[in-house]
Design a protein around this ligand. Structure first.
Ligand code: ATP
Ligand code: MG
Length: 233
């Protein structure tokens, strides 16, 4: 059985206009095609500056591509995020497309437990149920219980990263984008994240990620997608 196609990039290009260099253009992605299916974990590989993070940001619609299409399966219909309205983008992000970056963007004064629970509440879970799921995830990620009622602003890098992962995984989303979510984690916690990702894939999520750590890459990737830096035009 072939798994459902969830995301399809077609002839995708992205260049940046460099306003401090007399408007010169920097080509970062050119003519890129990629298909991502339910249950797979494709890992973007390639040197620093190859455009890996840019690609995830284009898919998450933080950046509009210069050319090409970002087709995502949303409620069993296809939507091109390159052309979607901001309302559609927000709906896709809420229900279909998850994104976990290396850094937690903290919401001031909100306790950790509620930061993690929030996406589940937004999807209609009761506060009680969402907090239960949040505590299960925080437990598994070894975030000490004494921290749960504190805002994570002063947490260590690795603690913040685990809060971020818990928040990104609490709602099972069909497509997950991960930009080095384990960069500050020790081996034990990386193993927990690998386990959580395997569970997400088994539940049908399609994962597209960046993992610099080779051990992590070998553990989670079902396929590598190599990328190269392009020259500035
Ligand atoms: N908003 C932007 N404006 C101008 N240039 C940008 C912008 N975002 C990224 N770039 C440039 O695009 C290129 C690719 O950056 P990107 O962050 O995608 O690389 P990467 O493959 O994720 O690298 P790393 O492994 O170091 O994280 C870099 O040369 C970067 O300077
Ligand atoms: Mg990057």
């Amino acid at each position: 059985m072939t798994s459902a196609l969830m995301l399809e990039l077609r002839d995708l290009s992205k260049s940046f206009q460099l306003h401090h260099q007399h408007g010169a253009r920097l080509n970062v992605l050119r003519g890129l095609d990629l298909r991502l299916h339910a249950g797979e974990c494709v890992v973007l590989s390639g040197p620093s500056g190859a455009g890996k993070s840019t690609l995830l940001r284009v898919i998450y619609a933080n950046y509009r591509p210069t050319f090409g299409a970002v087709h995502v399966r949303h409620d069993d219909r296809w939507l091109d995020l390159a052309k979607a309205t901001s309302h559609e983008v927000l709906d896709v992000r809420r229900r279909t497309l998850g994104y976990v970056s290396q850094f937690l963007r903290v919401i001031p004064r909100v306790p950790t437990l509620d930061i993690v629970a929030e996406p589940a509440v937004q999807m209609g879970a009761s506060t009680e149920n969402a907090r239960q799921r949040a505590s299960d995830l925080l437990h598994r990620l070894n975030v000490p219980e004494r921290l749960w009622q504190l805002p994570p602003g002063t947490f260590s890098g690795g603690e913040q990263q685990r809060v971020n992962i818990a928040r990104g995984l609490i709602v099972p989303r069909p497509v997950l984008l991960l930009d080095e979510p384990t960069a500050s984690l020790d081996a034990d916690n990386r193993a927990v994240v690998a386990e959580l990702l395997a569970e997400a894939r088994a539940a049908g999520s399609a994962v597209l990620g960046i993992f610099h750590d080779e051990d992590m890459r070998d553990r989670v990737a079902t396929r590598l997608f190599p990328m190269q830096a392009l020259e500035a035009a």
